[in-house]
Design a protein around this ligand. Structure first.
Ligand code: 13P
Ligand code: SF4
Length: 317
C-alpha cells in the first residue's frame, strides 16, 4: 500500500462520519491546519458544547477531551493518544485534594480546567486562563477560596485581584521552565521585542512581561499590537498561528532552562506533542481511543463547568 495522504483521508473521514476536529494552539502545525476549530481551552469547551457533529476528535490532551465529553455526553469523543496527560492534572490526585479541602471547610473551590474530571467533581467553579480573573472576582471578597491546581496562575490572580486564595502546589512543566534571566539576555539582543507571557509562567517571568494572557489573548495581542518583534512565553505551538496571522512580524519563543542549563525542547509540551497526524487519522478511522467516563462523574463535573460557561457568557467571554 502506498503512503497515506493523511490530510485528504482525514478530510474524507470527517465528512463521512460527520466528525469535527477541535485542536488546541499547542498542537503541531499540520494538525492545526487540518482542524475545523483551533482555540484555547475556553474556546474549545464552548465549541464542544455547541457542536452538532456526531463525533468530536479532540486534538489536545486528555483533560480537554474529558471536558468536551462532560459538555456533550451523548457524543462520541476520541483523542489521538490517551497518554496525553498534563503535569497540572498529575499534581492533584482527587484523594489528596479531598484531604486538603477538608482542612479548609467552607472554602469555595475554583479549579483550573487543567485537572482530572474527578477533581472537577470536588470543585465549585471551573476556570480557564481566559476567564480566571472574572471567575474569581465573581466570588464575594470575604469568601475564602481554594485555587487548584496551578500555583503560578493562582499567584498571578492573587496579585491582580488582591485576594489571598489558598493555592494548591501544582505547576505546568512547560511554563515553569521559562527563564527570566535568559529572557533578559534575549531582550538585550532584541531591544525592540515585546515580551508576552501566559499566566502559567512563574512570577519572575510575568514581572517583566508587557502583556499577560491566555493563548487566545496572546495571539490577539500579537495581531493588534503594532510592534514588529515579540518574545513569547508559552508553548511553542502557538507560534504557528502568530506567524500565519502576522507574516511580517518576528516571533521568538522565550528561552527555557532546566536544572540550571538552557533547554531547547522545554517549550514543547511532551503531552500535547504526543499527537501526530497518523494518530489523528487512526483515531478518526477507528473511532478510538474513546473518552468514557462514569455517569456520576459526567453529572457532578458538569456543574462547575456550566457555572464557568455561565459566568464567561455574562462577561462576553
Ligand atoms: P489556555 O488554552 O487557556 O491558554 O491554556 C493553556 C494550556 O496550558 C493548555 O494546556
Ligand atoms: Fe499541561 Fe502545561 Fe502541557 Fe498545558 S502545556 S497540557 S498545562 S503540561
Amino acid at each position: 500500500m502506498g503512503k497515506i495522504d493523511f490530510v485528504e483521508e482525514i478530510k474524507k473521514l470527517k465528512a463521512e462520519k460527520n466528525a469535527v476536529i477541535l485542536a488546541h494552539y499547542y498542537q503541531t502545525a499540520d494538525i492545526q491546519d487540518v482542524a475545523d476549530y483551533i482555540g484555547d481551552s475556553l474556546g474549545l469547551s464552548q465549541q464542544a458544547a455547541k457542536t452538532d457533529a456526531d463525533i468530536i476528535v479532540f486534538a489536545g490532551v486528555r483533560f480537554m477531551a474529558e471536558t468536551a465529553k462532560i459538555l456533550s455526553p451523548k457524543k462520541k469523543v476520541v483523542l489521538p493518544d490517551m497518554n496525553a496527560g498534563c503535569s497540572l492534572e498529575e499534581s492533584a490526585p482527587a484523594d489528596k485534594f479531598q484531604a486538603f479541602k477538608d482542612l479548609h471547610p467552607g472554602a469555595v473551590v475554583i479549579s483550573y480546567v487543567n485537572c482530572s474530571a474527578e477533581l472537577k467533581t470536588l470543585t465549585d467553579i471551573v476556570c480557564t486562563s481566559t476567564n480566571a480573573i472574572k471567575i474569581v472576582e465573581s466570588v464575594p471578597k470575604d469568601q475564602q477560596i481554594i485555587f487548584a491546581p496551578d500555583k503560578n496562575l493562582g499567584g498571578y490572580i492573587n496579585r491582580v485581584t488582591g485576594r489571598n486564595m489558598i493555592l494548591w502546589d501544582g505547576a505546568c512543566m512547560v511554563h515553569e521552565t521559562f527563564s527570566a534571566n535568559l529572557i533578559k539576555d534575549l531582550r538585550k539582543k532584541h531591544p525592540k521585542a515585546i515580551l508576552i507571557a501566559h499566566p502559567e509562567s512563574e512570577e519572575s517571568v510575568l514581572e517583566g512581561a508587557d502583556y499577560i494572557g491566555s493563548t487566545t489573548g496572546l495571539l490577539k495581542y500579537s495581531i493588534n499590537n503594532p510592534a514588529k518583534e515579540f518574545i513569547v512565553a508559552t508553548e511553542s505551538g502557538i507560534l504557528h498561528q502568530m506567524r500565519k496571522a502576522s507574516p511580517d512580524k518576528i516571533f521568538h519563543i522565550a528561552p527555557t532552562a532546566k536544572n540550571g542549563h538552557a533547554c531547547q525542547a522545554c517549550s514543547d509540551c511532551p503531552h500535547m506533542k504526543l499527537n501526530t497526524m497518523e494518530k489523528l487519522y487512526n483515531c478518526l478511522k477507528n473511532e478510538s481511543p474513546e473518552i468514557i467516563l462514569p455517569d456520576y462523574i459526567l453529572k457532578a463535573a458538569k456543574k462547575p463547568i456550566d457555572r464557568m460557561l455561565e459566568i464567561s457568557a455574562r462577561f462576553g467571554l
